[in-house]
Write a new protein. Structure first.
Length: 106
């Protein structure tokens, strides 16, 4: 910890290494999910091979983003804000895909 006077400064901690990967993968999975929805709407709901590939890639990127986020939480005395954002985005995308699957299977 870095001390400023008699107070502890949490701002001066460097970002966790894996938090960059987590945030990047979170953004990638969101872009892929958005691309899947755009392609699906343009094709009037007729899901093709491209739609399936984009959706599956989105799920894989979300899972890897969560994995790298949790690995970054193991690093001691680091700033975890990027990892929290990345894991949050990836969890929202995973929940979105679960909702799509539930609606599709009904």
């Amino acid at each position: 910890m870095k001390y400023v006077g008699d107070k502890v400064s949490y701002i001066r901690h460097p970002f966790a290494k894996n938090s960059y990967f987590s945030l990047g993968l979170g953004l990638v999975c969101m872009l892929l999910a958005t691309g899947t929805m755009i392609v699906s709407v343009r094709n009037a709901g007729q899901a093709g091979l491209v739609t399936g590939a984009l959706g599956f890639s989105s799920i894989v990127a979300a899972v890897m983003g969560i994995w790298f986020g949790f690995i970054s939480f193991m690093e001691k005395e680091k700033n975890y804000i990027l990892a929290k954002i990345g894991v949050g985005i990836a969890l929202v995308v995973i929940i979105f895909w679960l909702m799509v699957l539930v609606v599709a299977l009904r």
